[in-house]
Design a protein around this ligand. Structure first.
Ligand code: AMP
Length: 115
């Protein structure tokens, strides 16, 4: 059996994280290396490695993750100034953790395109 990812270990509460939200389908926690004043990750509890493996049956789950993002952005007061939602998929995008996750970054002005 392959080793658990760091995010699966956070889901299983084997390692700590600053959890902002949790329900039966997903978890949101602060990124340990924040790229802005607010930087959190929203992940499904289901072990989906990346967008590449997202199936038709995961459509409602993917939608749910975005509703959680919207609620947390409002809670953390970045909804009016704006924020970025990013998912890295594969080596060219520098994905480091093979468990689907959405970065939500806000609290500062950002350039586009990113470097
Ligand atoms: P990515 O490069 O898109 O795969 O992003 C992985 C993100 O996970 C990075 O921003 C890391 O800082 C973050 N990260 C890695 N380990 C942890 C952890 N134990 N708790 C919170 N965030 C983490």
């Amino acid at each position: 059996m392959s080793e658990k990812t760091i995010f699966k270990r956070i889901i299983d509460k084997e390692i700590p994280a600053e959890i902002l939200y949790e329900d039966e389908r997903c978890l949101a926690f602060r990124d340990v290396r924040p790229q802005g004043p607010v930087h959190f990750l929203v992940i499904p509890k289901k072990e989906i490695p990346s967008v590449n493996e997202l199936a038709e049956e995961d459509a409602a789950l993917a939608g749910h993750l975005f509703v959680v993002i919207r609620k947390l952005a409002a809670e953390l007061q970045i909804h009016e100034t704006g924020y970025r939602v990013v998912t890295n998929c594969g080596p060219n995008a520098c994905q480091t953790v093979p468990h689907l996750h959405f970065h939500v970054i806000g609290g500062r002005s950002m350039s586009w395109p990113p470097g």
